[in-house]
Design a binder for this molecule. Structure first.
Ligand SMILES: NC(=O)C1=CN([C@@H]2O[C@H](COP(=O)(O)OP(=O)(O)OC[C@H]3O[C@@H](n4cnc5c(N)ncnc54)[C@H](O)[C@@H]3O)[C@@H](O)[C@H]2O)C=CC1
Ligand SMILES: O=C([O-])CC(=O)C(=O)O
Length: 330
């Protein structure tokens, strides 16, 4: 018997990340090749003509799992009865801008979407915020949707994890899948801490395998922290293909669960683990189960080097939270 469809909202649906995301999402790569999907596509009024073109292309893909497509510029219509919300729609960073510059422009979008999710979405809705500054936008969205469990609000740091895995793999002449349990701590920004202290490459500890502590504590971290800016500098547009791939990885692992004792990085509301202020959306190592629940991995040893870096990115998130609350008017 065919499964009943799930209703999946993608915002910023006329933009570049959505253009790379909608095909894999609708052909079953994220929620399974036996899971029908009703797609809801939100963008702003001025982009509705472009969105029409995207809808035409989705129809022309002739995908068996795609049961319906609803394009809209109305947030309340978009949030109605949704199971999953992939919140991409926001202004992207341009060359020379830092994510903080985006806060004022983007945070109000997530206040409005939080209010709408609160009123119209299923209470079980799983939310991933991609639009930057992703962690703080997710914090605001959660804040304005008090009837939805806080743990249902997450932000994307999987792209950072994938970037870190790829850097290590390239260095070792391996593929990224040979690198496990890299952790991204904190903010999806250049203060994030990509941590390989607990990671394994082809079964060995990364420090032991790479044999270059100076690189691991220096250029490796810097490269991952500033990769988004490097892509913008080269492409004059921010990462889109890799961001779409990471969204798929994040949602698939949350939906189906992580493998064995492996963990992945997701920015989730802190429960106070590792001394991180409760409620802040902070990227942690998490393990997920097939019932769509997840938990923060406990008991990892944190050395002084890591502690300092984890605090720096926490401080930035605390500052962003204060500014965001101010911009939202309280
Ligand atoms: N967390 C992450 O790892 C990453 C996050 N990003 C962020 O993702 C966001 C989207 O990036 P792109 O797709 O490249 O941008 P884009 O400019 O190509 O597309 C954004 C779309 O969002 C729409 N939009 C704006 N306000 C909206 C609203 N209130 N409701 C619905 N749609 C709205 C725009 O009209 C546009 O079509 C940016 O904020 C970017 O910085 C990008 C890469 C990685
Ligand atoms: O850096 C940016 O503005 C886009 C982004 O989030 C990334 O590529 O990680």
């Amino acid at each position: 018997m065919e499964k009943s469809p799930i209703r999946v909202l993608v915002t910023g649906a006329a933009g570049q990340i959505a253009y790379s995301l909608l095909y894999p999402l609708s052909k079953g790569d994220v929620f399974g090749h036996d899971q029908p999907i009703e797609l809801v596509l939100l963008d702003i009024e001025a982009m509705l003509t472009v969105l029409d073109g995207v809808v035409m292309e989705m129809q022309d893909c002739a995908l068996p799992l795609l049961k319906s497509i609803i394009p809209t510029a109305d947030t309340d219509v978009a949030c109605k009865d949704i199971d999953v919300a992939i919140l991409v729609g926001a202004m992207p960073r341009r060359e020379g801008m830092e994510r903080k510059d985006l806060l004022r422009a983007n945070v109000k979008i997530f206040k409005a979407q939080g209010e709408s999710l609160d009123k119209h979405a299923k209470k079980s809705v799983k939310v991933v915020v991609v639009g930057n500054p992703a962690n703080t936008n997710a914090f605001i969205c959660k804040k304005y949707a008090p009837s939805i469990p806080p743990e249902n609000f997450t932000a994307l740091t999987r792209l950072d994890q994938n970037r870190a895995q790829a850097q290590i793999a390239t260095r070792m002449g391996l593929v990224p899948q040979d690198v496990k349990n890299v952790i991204i701590w904190g903010n999806h920004s250049n203060t994030q801490f990509p941590d390989v202290r607990h990671a394994k490459v082809a079964g060995k500890g990364v420090y032991e395998a790479v044999q270059d502590d100076a690189w691991l504590k220096g250029d490796f971290i810097k490269t991952v922290q500033t990769r988004g800016a490097a892509v913008i500098k080269a492409r004059k547009l921010s990462s889109a293909m890799s961001a779409a791939k990471a969204i798929g990885d994040h949602m698939r692992d949350w939906w189906f669960g992580t493998k064995g004792d492996e963990y992945v990085s997701m920015a989730v509301p802190s429960d106070g683990s590792y001394g991180i202020e409760k409620g802040i959306i902070y990227s942690f190592p998490v393990q997920a189960k097939p019932d769509h629940t997840y938990s923060i991995v406990q008991g990892l040893q944190i050395d002084e080097f890591s502690k300092e870096k984890m605090t720096t990115t926490l401080t930035e998130l605390q500052e962003e939270k204060c500014s965001a609350e101010e911009f939202c008017g309280y």
